[in-house]
Write a protein that binds this ligand. Sequence first.
Ligand SMILES: Nc1nc2c(ncn2[C@@H]2O[C@H](COP(=O)(O)OP(=O)(O)OP(=O)(O)O)[C@@H](O)[C@H]2O)c(=O)[nH]1
Length: 869
Amino acid sequence: MSKQENKDKLRVYEYAKSQNMSSKEILTILKRLGLQVNNHMSVMEDHMVEKVEGFFRSIKENAAAKRAQQELQAAQQRQAKAQEAPRQQGAPSANRPATVNAAPQTNAAGAQRRGDRPQSGQNAQGGGRSDRPQAGQGERRGDRPQGGRNDRPQGGRPQGGQGDRRGDRPQSGQAHGGGRNDRPQGGRGDRPQGGRPQGGGGMRGGAGGGFRGGAGGGFRGAALAPAAPPQPDRKKGSGKDKDKDRRNKNGENSRKFEEPRGGFKGKLNAGKGGKKGQERREKVDNTPKKIIVRGEMTVGELAKLLHKDVSDVIKKLMFLGVLATINQVLDLDAIQLVAGEYGVEVEIKLPVDEDAFETIEEQDDPADLKSRPPVVTIMGHVDHGKTTLLDAIRHTNVTSGEAGGITQHIGAYQVEVNGKKITFLDTPGHEAFTTMRARGAQVTDITVLVVAADDGVMPQTVEAINHAKAANVPIIVAVNKIDKPTANPDRIMQELTEYGLVPEAWGGDTIYVNISAKMRTNLEELLEMILLVAEVNDYKANPDKRARGTVIEAELDKGKGPVARVLVQHGTLHVGDAFVAGNCFGRVRAMVNDRGRRLKEAGPSTPVEITGLTEVPQAGDPFMVFEDERKARAIAERRAAKARESERGANARVTLDDLYKQIKEGEIKDLNVIIKADVQGSVEALKGSLLKIDVEGVRVKIIHSGVGAITESDVALASASNAIIIGFNVRPETQAKATAEQEGVDIRLHNIIYNVTDEIEQAMKGMLDPVVREVVIGHAEVRNVFRVSKVGTIAGCMVTSGKITRTAEARLIRDGIVVHQGKIGSLKRFKDDVREVAQGYECGLMIDGVSDIQEGDTIEAYVMETVER
Ligand SMILES: Nc1nc2c(ncn2[C@@H]2O[C@H](COP(=O)(O)OP(=O)(O)OP(=O)(O)O)[C@@H](O)[C@H]2O)c(=O)[nH]1
């Protein structure tokens, strides 16, 4: 791979930068376009760029088309308005304005009349509500159907009702007859009133004319029509005195009556004003230049933020192919797209969950980023010379100023070549690398794959390649031991070509360096190649912020207490900084580098050993500095509690037992598998049969395969890649088994190929037999031991956690080691047999077949449970 070629490759982050966008945005778009890439470092092939640009183009075209359409619509509307305006001006009284103006007048007239005459007041009273609109509308109704809406209730009902009521009362003796007569008439008269203007007139006619007796009813009808001369009726009214009494009431009522009228008017005006305001708003473009988004929001909320009508936003969404309602929640992508349509910039400020600080993505201003040394891991097969190479590099390239310092093992070290630093993680092997990746920490920038020229590609070589590929880390091949007469570097190249590591000389892009770690041959060249890859990838970090990094190693030192070796990845770490490392916290008391020199501060890519922790964190734990120790403590405590909880909870790793559930829930599309078998033939046969399994919705993906026992490294890879391990005629190494249990990695051991494929297929279809799993229910501490002849050994215990039940199985643990196992034979409290004893209570128990019980032993009770799928 030449420098030029490397430079020619366009990475996602570079492309994002060129588009003034974030890598995340480009990754999202790529995903949408069905172009799967791993991360911001992935190479963007030409076709990808084309597709993304096509996407941008189509959005822009869409937007332009929409804008054009909207402009056209707006122009048409303006034209229509302009044409309508003179027409409206020409006939205002006939239309709306007349209505609005007439209302108060008529009402006033009505009120006055009511003031004059009780009946009308009564009517007003009864129909206060109705009067309001009724007022001018009596006439207007004739003009516009709109009036009818207001009139309808008031017109007929109160009137008729009053007629009746009045008829019942002495006051309306004359109304009595009229009441009866009125009713139908009023009803008849009123109702049409609603629809027709003449209704009011008809009423009036009714009142003033044929239905004198129905004065009340008729009068009310008159009240609706100010022009009606109601005097004759009034004079006639027999309940005049009572009417007088009512006058006061009417006075009050009329006031009451007027209020709503005013309110109504006010509302009308407000409506008018509102409309005017709207028109004004349309003219003034108050679209914000930029909005701050703190997460998903509804269409309504977004419209408000953008100062746009909801309908407008919905329209935009429709153009973008999203059918949304006002309450629909929009994700960040959709928000950005809509805002983009309005030319509004979006700043996303997601609320930060400081507890999960490793997930915080800090966006640095490109101007603040400075080059940092690359972090290199050396991997390769056993005895191919990793340690020798690490030592050779370390000793030949001691940073000048630090020469003579006592080298310290701090999990990593730095060397300086041509004035540039390189950081090496000095834990050879794959564990460090993959363990960290399994814990979500990506610390390595470059992998140096050591292959002994006299040995060739071996299982761990392949494993290393797979690890590096899975982590998407560039590989430099160091063909070692070329000093040996049997060395055959060309053969190595050839073999590695099969694994996609094609040398530059053969048209590929993998750098090969022939070295001799022992003779220190070509080490400079190797280091220069590392620097070249680093230069091409331009590793950068912002040193001017609080430090973040990863714990490479940690231990409890007898003299210093808990120590952690940390690789600072961002920012600068200072002595005195309060920090959280995994679920532990502390304050940097002292800091030393790999040369044993005390440091006051450490910038990006610097490995340091720190003291000042309260507990020992784990390798791969994330590390971050916080404002003060109190905050660091609180965060560490919450993280520890959460970790305990999730440990208790379901295991997130894929297992065949819950595979079907995970497939159904859409969590899994690929079943990652690692195959280990006794001979290469079996590996190939298994691969072939597994890849043939055809179950809808899920594929088998073999991420690694090899010959030999299942190693810790296999488990680490499985854990990092959420894979299951299939062992064919092989067994896991002891440590691998333990790690698998701890990490929840599913290992399936078989010796018949058909069984393997059958099991996986069944698991994919959700048809595996129920699984029985052990569940620890409690612990008890042995406080006394009684040996009773013919009965056996009775342990006098205190239940320290959970409970002990009569039917449980028990393990006897001494100094952390299980010494015996058996069913609980008897369980007593005092002299009574009991079914269970809870935490905090004493009990006496026996374990079947176990007599070797000692004070201080722990009894762990467990039951076997069928696991639900
Ligand atoms: N001739 C020769 N021998 C080498 C070279 N590099 C390493 N060796 C020898 O190869 C053997 C293994 O080297 P190590 O560096 O221990 O190999 P490793 O890969 O670290 O091995 P593990 O730590 O066991 O995984 C040692 O005896 C080294 O001296 C080399 O360049 N030339």
